[in-house]
Design a protein around this ligand. Structure first.
Ligand SMILES: [Zn+2]
Length: 481
């Protein structure tokens, strides 16, 4: 037990390895103020370095009342690693490391949606049946809709999608001008769908996160341009994630409209069957083509081959299907009320996360898109009682200090594997299984005059030995979001 700092006359005492305490002693409170003086109440403190021994990432949790069958790689790996835990069929606890990864994905989505003019809002999940009856989808949706009643007997559903809700909102603005269009509104919220057979972990759940965007335009031509810009934003997003998605022609299903594409991530466990042309970029969902078709309808020379995919995004050009029903109009140049042209665009947030783990991981080890990894760096401290442990304290502390000071972007991204009763080998195995992009081992090299650290880049499987400065240089190039 060592005192960390004096604050408000109260001695804060915490079990912590020496590395952390020295960082505190030499450090500032994150705002350039030294920690010699007690911080005023409520002031930001130096973000502490997360310790693996304290993380709530319970591996191999016992199942609760609900047995869940492990049906695919991402579900098995994520459950075993303490990333998710099943609660009821198709519903999961998202444990802290998963929430970190999700938050990063949402930040990335925000960047791409806002780059094309998207404005974020948040709509109620509890949706009045009245709206759904108006669009006739209350009956059309059948058993997929989670329905409930309030104490007055009024019907509601838990929203699986929000065309009715958002169109009503926009219709309420009497003064919407053509100058304000295109209007792109989006949200990232929990969605609900009464799946008959939830499975594949986060890939097919009953409660999940989705990004849904809705566009309002002055004309069909403008709406198609917006449609293209959203498709382009999706391409950007997937390429930043390192996921090779294909954009395929799709059926418009119960959403309606006249033009639709799915963004499919090719994967063996995918539930969608795709036909992809070997010669041109044409690809389509099997359901949209006549059965048995093998020649490409676009280039007429290529042959269509079947592959499986996980649908991670979907775009629809809706025309005036909803805007006409709910009377979502804008005033044009001549100050006349005109019905808006709409589009809607979904991204499965939790599904993208699981699908990425599904296609990037091996059977034993999780691999993340670099940007989404819950933590970027894991530093493994020497085993307790070893010669290295006794003599490397200063260089380990220097390392953590250097990372915190030189790479503010990585604050909160570096974890210390302080479980020093375990061998380095055992902890390396854990780090490999959890997929930190960079693993740094404080070993023999830390005792050299210029301390060196073993660095394993898990994304590329490279191992190198770097000085503190070399490591700062390497990690300075890590992209974060
Ligand atoms: Zn073709």
């Amino acid at each position: 037990m060592q005192p960390l700092l004096q604050r408000g006359g109260q001695r804060l005492v915490r079990c912590a390895p020496r590395a952390l305490t020295l960082v505190r002693r030499h450090g500032t409170d994150g705002h350039g103020r030294g920690t010699d003086h007690p911080a005023p109440p409520g002031a930001a403190r130096t973000p502490s370095v997360p310790m693996v021994s304290r993380m709530y990432q319970p591996a191999n949790l016992r199942e609760g009342g609900q047995e869940s069958e492990l049906t695919c790689r991402s579900q098995r790996l994520m459950q075993q690693a303490g990333l998710i835990h099943p609660s009821s069929p198709g519903c999961y606890y998202y444990l802290p490391a998963t929430v970190r990864a999700m938050e990063k994905l949402v930040r990335l989505i925000d960047q791409e949606m806002q780059a094309i003019g998207g404005q974020k809002l948040d709509m109620p999940s509890l949706c009045s049946a009245e709206l759904w009856r108006t669009s006739e989808r209350w009956d059309l949706m059948g058993k997929e809709l989670f329905r409930l009643q309030d104490r007055h007997g009024a019907d509601y559903c838990l929203g699986p999608t929000h065309e009715e809700t958002v169109t009503t909102l926009v219709a309420h603005q009497a003064s919407l001008s053509y100058r304000q269009l295109p209007l792109l509104l989006y949200q990232v919220t929990r969605k609900f769908r009464d799946e008959p057979k939830p499975r594949f972990g986060l890939l097919r759940g009953r409660e999940f996160y989705m990004k849904d965007m809705y566009s309002f335009d002055v004309s069909e031509e403008a709406a198609r341009r917006t449609y293209e810009s959203v498709c382009h934003a999706y391409d950007m997003l997937f390429s930043r994630l390192g996921l090779r998605c294909v954009q395929v022609q799709a059926d418009t299903g119960n959403i309606g409209g006249t033009l639709s594409h799915e963004f499919q991530l090719p994967a063996d466990i995918g539930e969608d069957r795709l036909l992809v042309c070997g010669s041109c970029s044409f690809s389509a969902n099997v359901e949209t083509l006549p059965s048995g078709k093998t020649d490409c309808p676009r280039c007429h020379t290529g042959t269509l081959a079947e592959s499986k995919g996980i649908e991670v995004g979907h775009t629809f050009y809706l025309g005036t299907k909803y805007s006409r029903i709910f009377n979502a109009t804008f005033s044009n140049h001549q100050n006349q009320a005109v019905v808006s042209e709409m589009g809607c665009y979904g991204l499965g947030v939790t599904r993208i996360l699981a699908a990425a783990v599904e296609v990037m991981s091996t059977e034993e080890a999780i691999r993340w898109p670099g940007l989404l990894s819950p933590y970027q760096v894991c530093i493994i401290l020497p085993k307790k009682g070893s010669k290295v442990a006794e003599e490397s304290g200063a260089s380990a502390e220097g390392l953590v200090h250097a990372l915190q000071e030189s790479l503010p972007r990585l604050r909160g991204e570096v974890v210390l594997d302080d479980r020093n009763q375990m061998t380095i080998g055992k902890r390396l195995k854990d780090a490999n299984r959890l997929g930190y992009p960079y693993v740094v081992v404080v070993g023999q090299g830390a005792l050299e005059e210029t301390p060196r650290f073993e660095v394993i880049c898990q994304q590329t499987d490279e191992t190198m030995f770097l000085s503190k400065d070399g490591l700062v240089d390497l990690l300075g190039r890590v992209e974060t979001v």
